[in-house]
Design a protein around this ligand. Structure first.
Ligand code: HEC
Length: 160
């Protein structure tokens, strides 16, 4: 346990000094993600989900909504138990009727079903709940633009 802790602290330290970290947000993400690299669901997610949900492609070239968006929708909609049950059921049997992201189904078509064991799906669902998924650069830029516009709009309102 102690070794794992020290190891992940090392990873965080390296991540914090690496060229990949430009902002505090990215450092925080690296720190949170580093703690979960030993989680069985982490490997499974890399194997079975990240190719489509990694969010690294630019909008227009993406295959699916990035994981952090899926996680946000599901966390807003469901408590932990149902969050996990929904993910477990979804992986092997995506169902338009059960989708809570109709826009994503329209844009990308329904996710193709995967054939994973109950145990693997459970691990992935646990990981999906715990993970701090990196917000892709394009999404962060988009969010900042929106915040900027909102601020400009508020600033332009007359003072009461
Ligand atoms: C071949 C590409 C692909 C892979 C691999 C993939 N997905 Fe998806 N996924 C999609 C697409 C496309 C959507 C958006 C359309 C939809 O919701 O069905 C999606 C949507 C989802 C949703 C949102 C469902 C909704 O509409 O409410 C969840 C949850 C999800 N995926 C979980 C996973 C998990 C977990 C894995 C890995 C085990 C995974 N996906 C692997 C393509 C993929």
């Amino acid at each position: 346990m102690r070794t794992i802790l020290l190891f992940s602290m090392g990873v965080v330290f390296l991540a914090a000094c690496g060229p990949a970290s430009r902002s505090g947000g990215e450092q925080a993400t690296a720190a949170a993600a580093a703690d979960l690299t030993g989680h069985p669901g982490y490997k499974l997610y890399q194997m079975y989900c990240i190719a489509c949900h990694g969010g690294t492609q630019e909008p227009g070239q993406r295959l699916a909504p990035p994981a952090f968006m899926v996680q946000r929708h599901y966390k807003n909609a469901f408590p932990e138990d149902e969050f996990k049950q929904r993910i477990i059921a979804w992986i092997n049997n995506p169902d338009k009727e059960k989708s809570i992201m109709p826009g994503a189904v329209r844009n990308f078509n329904l996710m193709p079903p995967l054939q994973l064991s109950q145990a693997d799906r459970q691990q992935i669902a646990d990981y999906f709940w715990l993970a701090t998924f990196a917000e892709p650069a394009w999404a962060a830029a988009h969010r900042q633009q929106k915040q900027q516009r909102r601020k400009q709009m508020l600033d332009s309102l007359p003072n009461p």
